[in-house]
Structure formats: structure tokens, C-alpha cells
Design a binder for this molecule. Structure first.
Ligand code: NAD
Ligand code: ZN
Length: 347
């Protein structure tokens, strides 16, 4: 089968021929119907050799949807032919966090060598993939796989981030979304669908700001030196109750710190490497909570899929063949993908 692999540190992703994997006991083989390309994959492919945490070659893709093609011994709950989305942040399955469905917070996964597909384990950018357990599969109930694949990260991660701020997103509040790419364009829709907050979207690209407006942002602003002052003005000097930063560089975190309201939330999702100082004299208004969340829980993925089935959120996608996956990564790197790039391995 064809798979998109990162093979050497510093190299380009390549389409290669590899054997179709076989599901072991407890595992499920999926025929991959769609796989999303995430900016995190570019970050991974930018890490230097001495920090590189995964074995190579690595089949990429941590956003997947597929059809159950075969099950290993002992598997119950799924049947050949089921259409599913893949929950990615696999945990040990036994601890307190995993019992709550928060496998993204499992404290044992790393120590046990359990790694997400595409981020250590063979990923979804292939014609077939093995999923460690049927508990990582969420039924699509008719949702289009190309729509569903981005929900597993680009939808789930902002959903998880926004959910914890819901009590602050009351009528009259403001939410700022910095970076309206794969995650950000779904964040705007989630904010509109789940809250009555005014949504202000920031980006450096005109096309991304146009998409932000199409998917429901009330205000769109260029992410530049004027942005913080404009947001202060728009909020009558109060600031934004919630700031979601999907870039996470020093410049965007400075905007977040400058516009967050007293008692607000700054949520750093982007892995741009910037940091925010927290502490008296650190520059944040009183009572602000700052966090850097990771992915989301199993039940949250079920909820995001349900929101998409109800039509409250929809992924804006550009689809590619598996042969074109390296070119799609190059376009993502150049900032030329609006919404999410999704590979359809079987056309
Ligand atoms: P993307 O490339 O699709 O979108 C990024 C967007 O940010 C683009 O629209 C780009 O134009 C915009 N942007 C770049 N610089 C900007 C600036 N200075 N101000 C405003 N906008 C700017 O990326 P994505 O796949 O949506 O991922 C977004 C970020 O989230 C990445 O850093 C990714 O690694 C990270 N991520 C984190 C998690 C997590 O669990 N914390 C999960 C998935 C992705
Ligand atoms: Zn991702």
C-alpha cells in the first residue's frame, strides 16, 4: 500500500510502498477514507535530530477517518464496514484519566511507549492503518469522512479549549481567535455555535480573514501592531474575556496579554514556542487564567462529531490524492491552505 512517510530528519515527506499492516489481538485495521494535514506535522518535521523523539521512518497523519476492514482477536463493539473517526491521543486505558476518557492527559502513555498515530505510531496518511483499540473509534453515522477527519484534531482541540472557558463566554462577552487556519476556522464556528460571545478573528492573511468572516466571525482584524488597540476599542476598554491563540509565538502572546480582560482566560494552543509570564508584575490583568491545553478527550470527540452531524460546524477542506500529500504539506508550509488540507488515500 502507499504511505506518506517522514524518513530522515530534515528530509521531505515521501510517498512510499509498504506492506498492508495486520491487526494484532485487540486491534482494528481501518481502510483510511480521509486524513488531515496539521501544522504540528510541520513542527515535527522541523525538529533537530538530537531532539527528535520518534523512530524513523514514521508514517504521518494524526487526523484520520476510515472504514473498519478487519479486527484482531477479541475485538468487540465494531464490525467490518463501520465508518469511524480515529481518536488520536492514545492513553494506557486503565488509569484515572483514561477512565474519564481524558487519554490526552494519561500520565503513563509516554512511559509505556504508547504514542498517537502519526506522532510515533504509524499514522493515517496511508491506505490502511492499525488502531490500537476499538475504544479509539467514534462512529460517523453518515458524516462525510473528509469532513470528519479534521474534527479529530482541528475540531477536537479547540472544542476542548473552548469548553473550559464556556462560563466566561456569556452574552456581551468577547472571544478573540488568533490564527484562523485549520484549528482556528473550526474554533470560530464552535464559539458561534456554543456561545453568544462576540467573536473577533485575527490573521496575517486576507484569505484566512475572509474565511473567518464566512464561518461567522463578527470582526476580522489584521494581526499587526494595531490589533491590540483595536480590540480594546471594540470592547470599550474592557478587553476580551477569552483569547485563544492558535499561533503561540511571542508576538501573538503579547497581543493576547494586552487584550485579555480582568478574570479572563488566555489559552495557548499554537506551538510556536512563545511563552507568557504569569505572576504579579508579569503583565497580565488580575485573576487571568493562562493554559496550554493538549488535544482533547474521547467524549469531547464524540461531542464534536455530533455538532458536525447537526450542522453546527463544518470543516472547510481542500482535498488531495495520496501522491499529492507532499505538495499539500509544501502548500501548508507556505500558508496557502485555507481551512484544512485532507488526503483521500483511495481517491
Ligand atoms: P494552520 O497553518 O492551518 O493555521 C495557522 C494560522 O495562523 C494560519 O491561518 C496563519 O495565517 C495564521 N498566522 C500565522 N502567523 C500569525 C500571526 N502572527 N498572527 C495571526 N495569525 C497568524 O495551523 P493549524 O493546523 O490550525 O495549527 C495551529 C497551531 O496549533 C499550530 O501551532 C499547531 O502545531 C498547533 N496545534 C496544537 C495542538 C494542541 O494540542 N495544543 C493540536 C493541534 C495543533
Ligand atoms: Zn494536530
Amino acid at each position: 500500500m502507499k504511505a506518506v512517510q517522514y524518513r530522515t530528519v530534515g528530509g521531505e515527506p515521501e510517498v512510499v510502498e509498504v506492506p498492508v499492516p495486520e491487526p494484532g489481538p485487540g486491534q482494528v485495521l481501518l481502510k483510511v477514507t480521509a486524513a488531515g494535514l496539521c501544522h504540528s506535522d510541520l513542527a515535527v518535521m522541523g525538529w533537530p535530530a538530537e531532539q527528535f523523539p520518534y523512530a524513523l521512518p514514521l508514517t504521518l497523519g494524526h487526523e484520520g477517518a476510515g472504514t473498519v476492514a478487519a479486527v484482531g482477536s477479541g475485538v468487540t463493539g465494531v464490525t467490518e464496514g463501520d465508518d469511524v473517526a480515529v481518536y488520536g491521543p492514545w492513553g494506557c486505558g486503565h488509569c484515572r484519566k483514561c477512565a474519564e476518557g481524558k487519554e490526552n492527559c494519561c500520565p503513563h502513555a509516554a512511559g509505556l511507549g504508547i504514542m498517537p498515530p502519526g506522532l510515533g505510531s504509524p499514522g493515517a496518511l496511508a491506505e490502511y492503518m492499525v488502531v490500537d483499540s476499538p475504544r479509539h473509534l467514534v462512529p460517523l453515522h453518515g458524516l462525510d469522512p473528509a469532513q470528519a477527519a479534521p474534527l479529530t484534531d482541528a475540531g477536537l482541540t479547540p472544542y476542548h479549549a473552548i469548553r473550559k472557558s464556556l462560563p466566561k463566554l456569556v452574552p456581551g462577552s468577547t472571544a478573540v481567535v488568533i490564527g484562523v487556519g485549520g484549528l482556528g476556522h473550526l474554533a470560530v464556528q464552535l464559539l458561534r455555535g456554543l456561545t453568544s460571545a462576540r467573536v473577533v478573528a485575527l490573521d496575517v492573511s486576507k484569505e484566512k480573514l475572509a474565511l473567518a468572516q464566512t464561518v461567522g466571525a463578527h470582526e476580522t482584524l489584521r494581526s499587526d501592531g494595531e490589533a491590540a488597540a483595536r480590540i480594546r476599542e471594540l470592547t470599550g476598554g474592557v478587553g476580551a474575556e477569552v483569547v485563544l491563540d492558535f499561533v503561540g509565538v511571542e508576538a501573538t502572546l503579547a497581543v493576547a496579554a494586552a487584550v485579555v480582560a480582568v478574570e479572563g482566560d488566555v489559552t495557548v494552543v499554537g506551538i510556536g514556542g512563545g511563552t507568557l509570564a504569569v505572576g504579579f508584575g508579569g503583565g497580565l490583568p488580575f485573576e487571568v487564567s493562562a493554559s496550554a491545553p493538549y488535544w482533547g478527550s474521547r467524549v469531547e470527540l464524540m461531542e464534536v462529531v455530533e455538532l458536525a452531524r447537526q450542522g453546527l460546524v463544518s470543516s472547510h477542506v481542500e482535498t488531495f490524492s495520496i501522491e499529492d500529500a507532499p505538495a499539500a504539506y509544501a502548500r501548508l508550509h507556505a500558508g496557502e491552505i485555507n481551512g484544512r488540507a485532507v488526503v483521500l488515500p483511495h481517491g
